[in-house]
Design a protein around this ligand. Structure first.
Ligand code: F0G
Length: 369
């Protein structure tokens, strides 16, 4: 959308004062020719995407591979959902929608609320009562969304959201909305653009299974256009207490500390299986213990993620231990969301701070300096 004040696209600095000055414009402008938008599509953006791809020294050394971490927590609302939401909300506005709805384990709702606020439309969110991290509820509320807590789990909340969108004038912005996957596929483009090729192995957490499906879409499109020579193998990781795809049947009462992926009947089940099969990868499960261990490990490398995000790294280590990884492979693990929205596990696992007087000698003593 044209900036009403400056009369130009958001992010295009006036007359670029510095040589080479450039602001990342968000995924719609950066990948416009690969997305279902036209000149008349209003662009509702918070400049999402363009997230860091960080080389992990320790994971590379341990696995004998080149391991990169794609830090999706650096998106404006702290998760990869923003990539899909910019497009879903922009298209909803283009189609004349005045209200959007989603079910969520917390990140989708935070993202929907932020982009709806930017667009100036109503956002309603349905959250499984008592199962959403406090920071995600805060992020959803602060943008002015109408929050309803459902006496049921995520899967039941999603059925309710679908039902509403079928019978009332409100657009569904869960990942069953095709524009969500279209936007999220840009993570695969960014990875290839940064590496100059596709990775050999791509690891991603799986909940409702939209993200793995969208990444496969992205790699497939780059492959079809000759942008990459080979696609990666895609490996998706569910939490073992919420692993319907791995078990081959829906899980009625999914359980995991990784609340973002506490999902028993993923909407994009078939697409996720197709992505894993066609790429010669797989969908596997990791235990909560493995997730927490990976969570602490990436934190010790400077990246604060939420537990669900660490499922990709837990999965990578599992692949390594099983001897699945070829030495020297280029691997990308997607870290899907920021840790600040769900800090409980960071605090409970950490040493308690010591109280000190404002006295340098005492502080130095405590620090062993
Ligand atoms: N990681 C995080 C941090 C998530 O929030 C989600 C999904 C996933 C991974 C799984 O991605 O669903 O595309 O397979 N969160 C959704 C939500 C369900 O409501 O925020 P997926």
């Amino acid at each position: 959308m044209t900036d009403p004040v400056a009369g130009r696209s958001p992010g295009r600095a006036s007359g670029a004062h510095l040589p080479g000055a450039h602001q990342w414009l968000g995924i719609i402008e950066e990948y416009r020719d690969r997305l279902p938008v036209s000149e008349s599509t209003p662009v509702i953006t918070l400049c999402e995407g363009g997230t860091p791809l960080v080389l992990s020294q320790s994971l590379s050394e341990e696995t004998g591979c080149e391991v990169w971490l794609k830090y999706e927590g650096a998106n404006p609302t702290g998760s990869f959902k923003d990539r899909g939401m910019t497009l879903a909300i922009s298209k909803a506005i283009e189609e004349g929608s005045k209200a959007v709805v989603c079910a969520s384990t917390g990140n989708t709702s935070a993202s929907a609320a932020a982009y709806a606020a930017k667009a100036g439309i109503t956002c309603a969110v349905l959250l499984p009562k008592g199962k959403v991290a406090l920071g995600k509820m805060a992020a959803t509320l602060v943008h002015g969304a109408r929050m309803l807590e459902v006496l049921g789990n995520f899967d039941e909340s999603l059925e309710l959201a679908k039902d509403l969108s079928e019978h009332y004038p409100v657009t569904l912005v869960n990942s069953v909305n095709p524009y969500r996957l279209q936007g999220q596929k840009t993570a695969a483009f960014e990875i290839c653009d940064a590496l100059g090729r596709a990775p050999d192995v791509h690891c991603v957490p799986v909940g409702n299974a939209g993200n793995i499906s969208s990444h496969w879409m992205g790699y497939s499109e780059y492959l079809a256009d000759g942008m990459i020579a080979e696609p990666p193998q895609l490996f998706g990781f569910q939490a073992s207490g919420a692993a319907p795809i791995v078990n081959g049947a829906p899980v009625k009462d999914p359980q995991t500390i990784a609340t973002a992926i506490r999902i028993g009947n993923p909407a994009s089940w078939d697409k996720a299986v197709a992505a894993a099969t066609q790429s010669e990868g797989g969908i596997q499960s990791v235990t909560d213990r493995e997730i927490l261990s990976a969570y602490r490990r990436v934190a010790r490398e400077g990246l604060f993620v939420e537990p669900a995000s660490a499922a990709s790294v837990a999965g990578l280590l599992q692949l390594h231990q099983a001897g699945t990884l070829r030495r020297g492979s280029i691997v990308v693990c997607i870290l899907t969301g920021h840790g600040l929205k769900d800090p409980e596990w960071a605090i409970s696992g950490a040493a308690h701070p010591i109280t000190v007087p404002p006295d340098a000698a005492v502080v130095a003593g405590e620090l062993g300096l």
